[in-house]
Design a protein around this ligand. Sequence first.
Ligand code: 5GP
Ligand code: MG
Length: 181
Amino acid sequence: MDKTITLLDKQFELFISESEISEAVARIANAVARDYKDEIPIFIGVLNGAFMFVSDFLKSYAHACEVSFVKLSSYRGLTSTGLVKTLLDFPEGIQGRSIVVLEDIVDTGRTVQEIYHLLSGSNVKSFRIATLFFKSQMYKGEYPIDYFGIEIPDRFIVGYGLDYQEQGRNLRHIYQLKQES
Ligand code: 5GP
Ligand code: MG
């Protein structure tokens, strides 16, 4: 396993291994299953970053469920632009349903805020957020993060679906940006 990798102009070092990620995904899936196994929740993945998490989460979730995706965008390169655009909206027919949004990472909470905004007025039965990674020190949102896998400090990470300028999503492990020295 490579300890250091290069993507475009930046170096990244190994931070969280594939096996730690798998354990965290299974933990989240089990916690969600405890709460939702007696109904049919709709899991909504947030593209692009959450695609790999959604895929592994579903393989660990052994009960009836549906899956769909939304696409929002706020990050450009290493820092957030602060702008969240809706590129793909929530599916039709979610009224009365239990929704669990699956996010790759929650940072400032702007994306979560926007998701709550998009869902307001859609009369869902219930709504929760599950995220694989959580930068809890950076989180400024007013909504609870109901399930999270791994808390991380304020570092820029790539791999397992997360990108640096669209690259690195295919990495099996999580890498963090090397501090410049
Ligand atoms: P927030 O809206 O909570 O500030 O940021 C959430 C979104 O920003 C995530 O869904 C993700 O796309 C992106 N993001 C936040 N932190 C990181 C990071 O460390 N690495 C990468 N690749 N994307 C991040
Ligand atoms: Mg994302």
